[in-house]
Design a protein around this ligand. Structure first.
Ligand code: NAP
Length: 289
């Protein structure tokens, strides 16, 4: 992969602490090259607590924008001049565009999940969703789903964390535990299951001890696993074996990146071209996803 640098080339980056493991530069530079855009995407460590200083620096240094990961998403939110509806509800931004010294914040994690669900043939509006996990990924998914009128049961190992997340939208969200009997009962009445726990993730993480809740799903219910490595998690495998449409988290990951690039450039991106360039680059960089 090579990005041709010119005097006109606009700078983008991802900030985080830690951030050196981020796949965003591989994904974004591959898409930039494939689409012939005049941008370069870098990796920028920014220590916790320094998001405000970084913002001033980024504007001064002429950055067109940047993505943010842990721990800056919430810290950036109050520093924006304008935010989109997803960022407002989540209280967190993962994409910042800098224009004429003003900061525009977006949360493309939320839009990314809706596009990934559309790829799976799922319109979550009015649907009953079983959301596993109550961490950062689950929050983005919950914001997106409740925003389109889905009702969400949040099941988490630590139930207090699920309760806390459900305070965001109590009319549409209910907390629960993650014991096998509870999951089986809830999945029988669900249209969609989304896994936002780290269960099943490579390398050698813990996996679901019991997948019988997948067998309890009604016919046609879909399964989306936010985990994208390995390409077919045990959850996705079981869902496919039992006839349910299922996908891993690669669609979510790529769609949030494509949406961010659309914000940075102000251009509509050729999604298929961008996706295939990013997947090829990830493969070449040893990602098993
Ligand atoms: P996080 O904030 O650390 O949350 C981790 C979640 O996993 C919590 O709900 C935690 O439950 C649960 N968990 C961890 N170990 C568990 C176990 N042994 N049994 C049951 N539950 C367990 O992490 P995150 O950022 O939300 O990421 C979660 C997953 O989503 C990761 O696999 C990550 O790779 C993936 N992800 C994918 C995308 C994408 O674009 N596809 C984006 C972000 C994240 P407790 O609260 O009980 O600890």
């Amino acid at each position: 992969m090579k990005v041709e640098l010119k005097n006109t080339t606009k700078k983008l980056c991802v900030i985080g602490d830690p951030v050196m493991h981020s796949k965003s530069p591989i994904i974004q530079n591959a898409m930039i090259e494939a689409l012939g855009l005049d941008y370069i995407y870098l990796c920028q460590p920014v220590p916790k607590g320094e998001a405000g200083r970084w913002l001033e620096h980024a504007a001064y240094a002429g950055y067109a924008g940047f993505n943010a990961t842990i721990p800056h998403k919430e810290a950036l939110f109050p520093l924006m001049d304008e935010v989109d509806k997803f960022a407002r509800k989540a209280g967190a931004v993962n994409t910042v565009c800098i224009k004429s010294g003003k900061y525009y914040g977006y949360n493309t994690d939320c839009g990314g999940i809706l596009r990934a669900l559309a790829d799976l043939g799922v319109d979550p509006a009015g649907k009953k969703v079983l959301l596993l996990g109550a961490g950062g990924a689950a929050k983005g998914v919950a914001v997106a789903l409740t925003g389109v009128g889905a009702t969400v049961t949040v099941c988490n190992r630590t139930v207090d964390r699920a309760r806390e997340l459900c305070k965001m939208d109590p009319a549409y969200m209910t907390p629960a535990g993650m014991e096998p009997e509870i999951l089986c009962k809830l999945s029988a009445g669900s249209d969609l299951v989304i896994n936002c726990t780290s269960l099943g993730m490579e390398p050698a993480g813990a996996d679901f001890p019991d997948l019988s809740f997948v067998d309890a799903l009604p016919p046609g219910a879909a399964v989306l696993d936010a985990v994208y490595a390995p390409p077919e998690t045990s959850l996705v495998k079981r869902a496919r074996e039992t006839g349910h449409p299922a996908a891993n988290g690669m669609g979510m990951l790529l769609h949030q990146a494509i949406l961010a690039l659309e914000h940075f450039t102000g251009e509509k991106i050729d999604v298929e071209k961008a996706k295939s360039a990013a997947l090829k680059a990830l493969g070449e960089n040893g990602c098993s996803c």
